[in-house]
Design a protein around this ligand. Structure first.
Ligand code: ZN
Length: 272
């Protein structure tokens, strides 16, 4: 006769009386526990592993649609939780595998150079936000290299906002004729030049998005590495003094840029 106890029961496999803690919990069964003890359950699973796997594969194949629906429904009701968990998990994973990931990405880039370059060129050409963010990242990296400083802070952290905010911040400062289609005729300028930084901490501060402004290419070239304090009104353009000696030799290039700028302005006024 089976022993009646609240803390123990008999295993249906080995027939030994065992503590309840030695049985796995099973909601659907009477009493809330599996009939086999954990040890027997494990043994049984190991002995039937292959058959179970096959059975499972057949079940999945047969119930594909049902499972997909269920999964989708579960995802919809638990979306926020899943996304949050995914973020945390992937962040944690990335932290632990950073070097591996970087190496893999580098390898991929090197093995798929043409594909990679074409992809990024297309992105740059069609997506000004991407072009802007690439530009900011490249220049930040160069500035750190120039100072022989190890870049130990993320671009976004130094920028102090996300790229969309920086994008809008630049757009707000557009002077007449500037738009994202002619980005290139005007440059993204660091109001206080990155090159003026004497220490890494100084450089980091100069990367802040509030230090960015759009500047016509010619104005930017003339400004060079100089820090020209912005006027009260940021929309007011920097005055180019044609009487001042040009610091660059490529006069013709500058003249061409100047002509371009004027024609862009003229076009803009015509349309307006
Ligand atoms: Zn057992």
């Amino acid at each position: 006769m089976a022993v009646i106890s609240y803390n123990s029961k008999n295993c249906s496999e080995c027939n030994k009386e065992k503590q309840l803690s030695e049985f796995g919990k099973h909601k659907q069964s009477k009493g809330g526990y599996y009939s086999k003890c954990k040890k027997c359950q494990k043994e049984w699973y190991n002995n039937n592993k292959i058959v179970l796997k096959e059975k499972r594969a057949v079940y999945i194949e047969k119930n594909k649609n049902k499972i997909a629906e269920k999964t989708k429904a579960y995802y919809e009701t638990n979306k926020d939780k899943i996304i949050e968990y995914g973020k945390e998990y992937s962040l944690e994973w990335y932290k632990n595998n950073k070097d591996k990931v970087k190496k893999k990405q580098k390898n991929y880039r090197e093995n798929n150079k043409q594909k990679y370059n074409a992809y990024h060129k297309k992105l740059r050409d069609t997506n000004p936000l991407h072009k802007m963010s690439m530009n900011i990242r490249n220049r930040t990296r160069k500035a750190f290299n120039r100072g022989n400083w190890n870049k130990d802070s993320s671009n976004l952290k130094m920028l102090g906002c996300d790229y969309t905010t920086a994008f809008n911040h630049l757009e707000k400062q557009f002077t007449s004729g500037m738009n994202w289609d002619n980005y290139g005729e005007w440059h993204i300028d660091h109001i206080k030049p990155l090159i003026s930084a004497n220490t890494k901490e100084e450089l980091k501060k100069l990367c802040l998005y509030t230090n960015l402004q759009p500047l016509w290419a010619i104005d930017n070239l003339i400004k060079g590495g100089k820090y020209i304090k912005p006027k009260q009104n940021p929309k007011q353009k920097l005055k180019v003094n044609p009487n001042k000696p040009n610091p660059f030799d490529k006069v013709s290039h500058l003249e061409e840029l100047l002509r371009k700028k004027e024609s862009l302005r003229a076009n803009y006024t015509e349309r307006a």
